[in-house]
Write a protein that binds this ligand. Structure first.
Ligand SMILES: [Zn+2]
Length: 380
């Protein structure tokens, strides 16, 4: 009996809590309606104009709702007057309130919360941020995840443009890159890769109606990418003015090595798997080995072909892991090597140019047995 009364008391309290929140949400909606009223075009708007107006204001509405819920549900945390230091347990008085604005997929959420700074440990914390599970920086996890989902499908520049247009949240291509890096950190190539069943499905799709097994290309290369040194990553302890002193990191480039598997389907290519990291040759070889050992490459249903720039370290890995793969030197590097060779053999640049052009033409016609070296001996 007493138990039932307690439950009903809790229910009443929960109901009251919810009623209060509803009233606040209604008030927030009313504020938004004022904005809408002044934004709607006068006269008889077209559906396109209505849609455009709502589209431009949608995040003020949804962000405002999120903000109202957060303020209502975490009223106590916003009133907190002290907390023990997480490191030394000294009791710290509240400072602030300190404003912070975070960006979510439903819009911006403005917070005002107490800040607790320990002068002994030189660290500051905001318990509300911890309770809300906020990540450092303005963009929150849902924005980051959506940006990464897009950036893994299309180039960073395109991802940045599309993301801004569709979500209403501007994210630079540089930031897209950072997000992707953060999400990918700690994942192995096998965890990032599609399953063997999915790879089989793509192979079967390309193989359908064809007599010969489809060609699966493994491209391996290195490229310079802009990177941020370790010293500029993450949060620094201490107050913002100290934290802001970061190392310069613009224009720092490091070599990323990576590989990509794709199927040839007539004129188009079908993506299968890619892995690019700032890594050394050994790490790249290790990632390739993991892919092979996880059984992700259906060697019996495809013709494997490796295209790369001819660097020795690449062939070494290919030879060990996929000894039966057809090895192909890519066209651009081949042309580059031919130019170097011609330069070494001919004094006359016109002759050198003629020889390179003739050789490239023979190569593109598949006349590999007809290649004359500059000293008039047959190459093979
Ligand atoms: Zn402390």
């Amino acid at each position: 009996m007493g138990c039932a009364e307690i439950i009903s008391f809790d229910e009443v309290r929960a109901r009251k809590h919810w009623t209060t929140l509803r009233q606040r949400l209604h008030a927030r909606f009313d504020q938004w309606l004022d904005q809408l009223e002044s934004a709607l075009p006068e006269g008889e708007p077209t559906l396109g104009q209505v849609s455009e107006t709502l589209w431009a204001l949608r995040q003020q509405l949804t962000g405002g709702i999120a903000e109202t819920i957060v303020h209502h549900m975490h009223a106590e945390e916003q009133q907190r007057s002290s907390r023990p230091c997480p490191t030394c347990a000294r009791l710290l008085p509240a400072r602030g309130p300190v404003p912070r604005c975070v960006e979510t997929l439903v819009g911006a959420v403005a917070l005002e919360r107490p800040y607790f700074y320990c002068a002994v440990c030189c660290t500051g914390t905001s318990p509300l941020d911890e309770v809300l599970g906020l990540r450092a920086g303005r963009m929150q996890r849902d924005v980051q995840q959506a940006a990464v989902d897009l950036a893994t499908e299309v180039p960073y520049e395109t991802a940045s443009t599309l993301f801004g247009r569709l979500s209403g949240i501007p994210v630079s291509s540089e930031r897209m890159h950072t997000f992707t890096h953060q999400v990918a950190e700690g994942l192995t190539v096998v965890e990032m890769a599609p399953s063997r069943a999915e790879i089989d499905r793509r192979v079967a799709q390309v193989a359908a109606g064809r007599f010969r097994r489809p060609v699966l290309v493994l491209g391996i290369d290195g490229a310079y990418v802009p990177s941020r040194p370790e010293s500029a990553r993450g949060r620094r302890p201490g107050q913002a003015r100290h934290r802001a002193r970061r190392a310069q990191w613009r224009h720092e480039w490091r070599e990323a090595k990576g590989f990509r598997f794709y199927l040839l389907d007539g004129e188009r290519i079908v993506h299968v798997l890619s892995w690019h990291q700032v890594q050394n040759e050994h790490e790249l070889g290790e990632a390739l080995r993991q892919v092979k050992e996880a059984g992700l490459i259906p060697q019996e249903t495809v013709r494997l072909c490796v295209v790369c720039d001819g660097a020795e370290w690449i062939w070494k890995h290919v030879q060990t892991l996929f000894p039966h793969a057809r090895q192909v030197l890519d066209y651009y590097h081949c042309a580059e090597y031919l130019h170097k060779m011609a330069k070494a053999q001919y004094v006359d640049s016109v002759h050198a140019q003629e020889w390179v052009e003739a050789t490239l033409t023979r190569l593109s016609l598949g006349q590999v047995g007809q290649l004359w070296l500059p000293d008039n001996t047959l190459l093979c």
